[in-house]
Design a protein around this ligand. Structure first.
Ligand code: PLP
Ligand code: TYF
Length: 394
């Protein structure tokens, strides 16, 4: 049997991590994988997470199984973090999942169960893992226009035109904030038009929220999701706690669904739990429990929000510094959109050759589409990167 195995396509982002590690140069710059780093290049355990872990170690008296959907308190706390307290509470159903990736996988399985013929529309471009999961599950996938490479912003007109053509019952995947890989997000006006268009078409949004708190703040980053929940009858929401709680390796995620009414929500809950049972029975609990402790304790929650806010503002400051340096060094407006982007990522307007040259000549590692992780920079390396980019024309 094993002789039938074939090499699988590599994850372009994770391969880049390895190439960086193998590069013997000391002056090299890792702007690849989307992991937050502080000014010293570290990804520390957040203070509130440490405190919650200490408390859990003291107080937890069993490691027995939880429930198929995970601890309901986690679903409630995360549901409120994303939607705000009181929004659509009787329409919610949720399961804990291994990371946001697990939530995306289970969302696709949910769609496969409920409406296998649904076409799934994804933004062009999107996170490569979305495409990989959709391919693995044999879904019918289509792309809608999203990014305007000229302006570096969202192609509002192209996106709305494409979404106006989706069939009734199709699913539309949207990044709730901090779009990966471009950093370009719809503004409030465009979110309104998205809501209207999906409503008119009878399409179901599948929202991926992996960076809440990394863009403009916890509530603003969820404003698009909340608007769609207020407007539309059915939604799927995939959340990750990898970035905003720094819990990457603990694998903490949530799949939250919104049904048209409480009766349907009960059916959705049973279906979600069944999907967990079929995949891995019980979802991981340790990280989810830390999140529940933090969100339920006013002091820990305030400390978590403070630290998250300092991470967000560090990335925003670096982003603004980079845009200003690039403008100065290239004496052009080519990279101005960097300052308007949000979250960890920015897609730089560079050709494949330029990206290869940056790696070979300067030891700068970015994803092949020009995506950089802003948190991989610091105030010392921003001017170095800007000079390297400006020198590409020489
Ligand atoms: N969705 C997007 C758009 C992402 O960038 C990520 C990666 O962080 C995820 C989902 C899920 O991440 P994880 O499975 O580590 O929670
Ligand atoms: O886009 C990123 O860099 C993050 C981390 O298979 C990541 O979302 C990358 C690839 C992957 C899982 C997570």
């Amino acid at each position: 049997m094993f002789e039938n195995l074939k090499p699988q396509p590599a994850d372009s982002i994770l391969s880049l991590m390895k190439a960086f590690r193998d590069d013997p140069r000391t002056e090299k710059l890792d702007l690849g994988v989307g992991v937050y780093r502080d000014a010293d290049g570290r990804t520390p355990v957040m203070r509130a997470v440490k405190a919650a872990e200490r408390r859990l170690w003291e107080e937890q008296d069993t490691k027995s199984y939880t429930a198929l959907g995970g601890d309901p308190a986690f679903a409630a706390a995360m549901g409120d973090l994303i939607l705000g307290e009181g929004l659509a509470t009787d329409r919610r159903s949720a399961i804990a999942t291994p990371g946001g990736t697990g939530a995306v996988r289970q969302a696709i399985e949910f769609i496969r169960t409920a409406r296998p013929e649904a076409r799934i529309w994804v933004p062009d471009p999107t996170w490569p893992n979305h495409l990989s999961i959709l391919a693995a599950t044999g879904r019918d996938v289509a792309h809608y226009r999203y990014f305007d490479a000229e302006t570096g912003g969202v192609d509002d007109a192209g996106m709305i035109a494409d979404l106006s053509a989706v069939a009734k019952g199709d699913v539309v995947l949207l990044h709730a904030c901090c779009h990966n890989p471009t950093g370009a997000d719809p503004d409030a006006e465009t979110w309104k038009r998205i809501a209207e268009t999906l409503g008119e078409r009878g399409a179901v949004p599948l929202l991926d929220i992996a960076y809440q708190g990394f863009g403009d703040g916890l509530d603003t980053d969820a404003a698009g999701v909340r608007l769609l929940v207020q407007t539309l009858p059915e939604l799927l929401i995939c959340a990750s706690c990898s970035k905003n709680f720094g819990l990457y390796r603990e694998r903490v995620g949530l799949l939250l669904t919104i049904a048209r009414d409480a009766d349907t929500a009960r059916m959705a809950q049973a279906t979600l739990e069944h999907l967990n049972r079929q995949a891995y029975s019980f979802p991981p609990d340790h990280g989810a429990r830390l999140v529940t402790i933090i969100l339920g304790d006013p002091a820990l929650r305030a400390d978590w929000q403070d630290e998250l806010e300092s991470m967000r503002t560090r990335m925003l400051d670096l982003r603004r510094q980079l845009a200003a340096e690039l403008r100065r060094e290239t004496n052009s407006e080519r990279f101005d959109a960097v300052a308007d982007h949000r979250g960890m990522f920015t897609r730089l307007r560079l050709s494949e050759d330029e990206i290869a040259t940056l790696r070979e000549r300067h030891g700068v590692y970015m994803v092949g589409d020009g995506r950089i992780n802003i948190a991989g920079l610091d105030t010392r390396t921003v001017p170095i990167l800007a000079r390297a980019i400006a020198s590409l024309g020489d």
